[in-house]
Design a protein around this ligand. Structure first.
Ligand code: ADP
Ligand code: ADP
Ligand code: ZN
Length: 221
């Protein structure tokens, strides 16, 4: 099963994608994570993306379309993938359609998480992750059990994203409303859009996603 998790920055896409990986063996494909890895490694893609990401603008379509296409071709994506942060505009959605058709794959569900802008700012400015294993946390909504120590791997290397500050968040939200929100009518027309209340607690959102996916016989676990 292949799904898109759609929602503004901070909606909980990464959180839910990681739960789907753990519980259902699917694979999270996050263009944001891939771009951050490219920036860190100093690749050509990273050099293009770095300043754009700092501003909260979108990286050029051809760049993200190409990295997603290559990633989908890797063997683990056959288990079913969760697109997190892609597509982000109508041109990317059209490129995804063409790409999936060419690869003989289909999209089963587009799941959108709706969250108020003010709640998003609070979520993003309190977000941090474990630099060792990637586990996600929040100062208020999901603190580590022991301050500064990862619950999962015990690492004390906690990282905050350079673009998770209030100024860049406002710009990312504006980009979302202008560029990404038009994907809602795009997928609604196709009949595979499901809209969930992303303001609910994480476990409740996870249950709702599970219900959507469980309607599909191919879900394991
Ligand atoms: P969030 O998890 O907060 O939604 P992401 O990690 O998905 O943020 O994205 C971080 C940044 O990476 C974006 O602000 C944008 O600059 C870039 N980016 C990620 N995915 C895409 C995409 N599909 N198209 C263009 N730019 C992207
Ligand atoms: P996205 O990938 O959509 O940008 P994340 O999954 O990284 O969003 O979530 C943003 C922040 O909000 C994280 O710190 C996460 O722990 C927290 N968070 C995620 N889902 C919820 C929720 N349902 N309620 C409260 N906080 C949440
Ligand atoms: Zn960890």
């Amino acid at each position: 099963m292949n799904v898109i998790l759609l929602g503004p920055p901070g909606a909980g896409k990464g959180t839910q994608a990681k739960l789907l990986e753990e519980r259902h063996g699917m694979v999270q494909l996050s263009t944001g994570d891939m771009l951050r890895a490219a920036v860190k490694a100093g690749t050509d893609v990273g050099k293009i993306a770095e300043d754009i990401m700092k501003r909260g603008d979108l990286v050029p379509n051809d760049v993200v379309v190409s990295i997603i296409s290559d990633r989908i071709d890797q063997p683990d994506a056959k288990r079913g993938f969760i697109l997190d942060g892609f597509p982000r505009n109508v041109a990317q959605a059209e490129a995804l359609d063409a790409m999936l058709e060419k690869k003989g794959l289909k999209l089963d569900h587009v799941i959108q998480m709706e969250v108020d802008d003010e709640a998003l700012v609070e979520r993003i400015t309190g977000r941090f992750t474990c630099g060792n294993c990637g586990a996600g946390y929040h100062d208020r909504f999901k603190p580590t059990k022991v301050a500064g120590v990862c619950d999962v791997c015990g690492s004390t290397e906690m990282v905050r994203r350079a673009d998770d500050n209030e100024t860049t968040v406002r710009s990312r939200l504006a980009t979302y409303h202008k560029e990404t929100a038009p994907l809602l009518p795009y997928y609604k027309k196709r009949g595979n859009l499901v809209q969930l209340n992303g303001m609910a607690p994480m476990d409740q959102v996870a249950e709702e996603i599970k219900t959507v996916l469980a309607a599909d016989q191919r879900l394991s676990g």
